[in-house]
Design a protein. Structure first.
Length: 355
């Protein structure tokens, strides 16, 4: 599903790079200073408007019309609740217990899953733990929450939503072994390493609303700081155009006869990224000198841009409010190797011009 986001009295939005319940990363036609207040209009079902603060703004590479900016959604808890439910309806899977809608599940980068109630309150985070699954649940009696370990993903879902059996997820998400046989599984990601401290599991997913958030009680803020959202990629399905700025605005290149991408997607010109024959991710061109980097399951993780004999890989942070990190390399292929933390240049199949 395509989602549109525009800024009132702000620069044109060329693409939504990432969307979370707490903010967004936007590709803009021009820079915008950090700290600026804007009003964001989101077309998710019925239109939703929200005040937002520009948390950061950076140019991807000198000489390229490619600026990324992170927005932080701001407002009363009631207004943010409406916004969160609308966003979860796009980036999440509905959790159904029989005919009852009990919440949402969002697949996050790194192989974790965030579970929300139907009212958009964060319930739990499910993380791979070897062959088992760790469930970190919010508990009103324990400020840091409670953790349990379950034998299967279905058991973890039941624990997260406090249901007798695992809720049915529409559309299905989860590790390949937990999906129905009729569903084409995505490659499983390795388990994330355990954090040094218990709270670090959720600290990296904090909903940052800032001290200016009007009309919210401190208890609400603390609750969301314990368990909160991470990032999901939203793809814009517009056709390719000839003008460079219009190509950037399209965000996706739809080319007839192109390779099918992760989970059978055909909305872009996809190529596999292979490390000695092993699939490590996907890559798709934005322009002749810029490429988007995706993990095995099609979540956007970075942008690579070439300019004047050098290339820069820019990693998008786990949170929309965190600016990206970047690293410069002599060639785009070496930058791609850095993006995937490989020891040598990968193979791109099918080949892409410029790489």
């Amino acid at each position: 599903m395509t989602i549109a986001l525009t800024l009132q009295k702000g620069p044109p939005v060329l693409a939504v790079e990432r969307l979370t319940v707490s903010g967004a990363v936007l590709r803009l036609a021009e820079g915008v200073p950090a700290g600026r207040w804007v009003v964001a209009d989101l077309q998710v079902g019925q239109g939703v408007s929200t005040p937002a603060k520009v948390a950061w703004s950076q140019q991807v590479a000198p000489g390229l019309p490619l600026t990324l900016a992170g927005l932080e959604f701001v407002g009363t808890w009631e207004a943010l609740g409406t916004l969160r439910r609308a966003i979860l309806g796009v980036v999440g899977s509905r959790a159904l217990d029989g005919d009852a809608h009990v919440g949402f599940v969002v697949a996050e980068p790194g192989g974790t899953y965030t579970c929300y109630s139907a009212e958009s309150v964060t319930l739990a985070v499910i993380s791979p733990d070897g062959a088992r699954f760790s469930v970190r649940r919010r508990d009103p009696r324990e400020a840091t929450g409670v953790t349990s370990t379950e034998a299967s993903f279905d058991d973890a879902l039941a624990r997260a939503f406090s249901t007798r059996e695992a809720p049915r997820l529409d559309p299905p998400v989860g590790p390949a072994r937990a999906r129905p046989a009729s569903s084409a599984p995505a490659p499983a990601k390795p388990a994330a390493p355990a954090p040094a401290e218990e709270d670090a599991v959720l600290a990296a997913r904090t909903l940052v609303l800032g001290p200016e958030r009007p009309g919210a009680a401190q208890d609400d803020l603390d609750e969301e700081q314990v368990l909160a959202a991470r990032t999901m990629v939203v793809v814009d399905d517009r056709p390719p155009l000839d003008d460079e700025e219009e190509v950037l605005a399209a965000h996706t290149l739809v080319l007839k006869g192109g390779e099918a991408g992760p989970q059978g997607r055909t909305d872009r010109r996809w190529s596999k990224v292979l490390d000695r024959g092993r699939l490590v991710g996907w890559i798709a061109p934005d322009t002749e000198t810029a490429w988007s980097i995706y993990d095995e399951q099609g979540r956007k993780t970075a942008v690579v841009a070439a300019d004047e004999g050098r290339a820069r890989v820019c990693w998008l942070g786990d949170k929309a409010t965190e600016s990206f990190e970047y690293f410069e390399a002599p060639t785009p292929l070496e930058a791609i190797a850095v993006a995937y933390e490989l020891t040598g240049p990968p193979a791109i199949e099918p080949p892409i011009a410029g790489l």
